[in-house]
Design a binder for this molecule. Structure first.
Ligand code: PNS
Length: 164
């Protein structure tokens, strides 16, 4: 049976940390659906369509890109997982401080959809401190984004903040 996993997140925007998790996931599952979802606690800088396009551009030259699909979804994640027949959610955990929030979310999702499990993956050590929020702050102040995000994302961030 084909294993399908959802990799959900805000991806506002995709970072090298997200890409690292995604690549790891392609080694564990047959098909990954990166799902750009709405986090009600955050206001996004990029529109859903922009985030989807950025992710497509980030993975275009990867040899594993054919295993990945990118969706946009508004609503409860587990509903999307059930619709696309994914029984696994992938979440990246960078540090212990991520864990409490992730643990609560995983248990809530499990209560809502008992057959959907959350798998936590750790990125490479060099990416453990990277977050989309920090990346946006660096971009806001015109800092060097080279080691945080792929070039297409850096270009998009620079454009977003050029008239700040
Ligand atoms: O990258 P993020 O912001 O940590 O991702 C959080 C996200 C978007 C995965 C989460 O907010 C989410 O799943 N939103 C959709 C609504 C939902 O299903 N919430 C989880 C039930 S508690």
């Amino acid at each position: 049976m084909k294993t399908i996993a959802l990799y959900p997140g805000s991806f506002d925007p995709m970072t090298f940390g997200h890409l690292d998790i995604l690549e790891r996931a392609t080694k564990l599952f047959d098909h990954i659906i990166v799902t750009v979802a709405v986090n009600k606690e955050k206001s996004a800088v990029f529109s859903g369509d922009e985030r989807v396009q950025l992710i497509h551009d980030c993975i275009a030259d990867k040899e594993w890109s054919q295993k990945v699909e990118v969706h946009q979804f508004t609503g409860l994640l587990v509903n999307h997982a059930e619709k696309v027949q994914a029984n696994t959610l992938i979440r990246g955990v960078r540090q212990i401080s991520d864990f409490e929030y992730e643990f609560r979310m995983a248990l809530t999702n499990k209560r809502l959809a008992p057959d959907v499990d959350t798998v936590f993956l750790m990125p490479d050590e060099e990416f453990t401190f990277i977050s989309a929020s920090l990346v946006k702050e660096i971009a806001y102040w015109g800092g060097d984004l080279t080691s945080f995000v792929p070039k297409n994302v850096a270009d998009a961030l620079e454009k977003k903040y050029e008239n700040r």
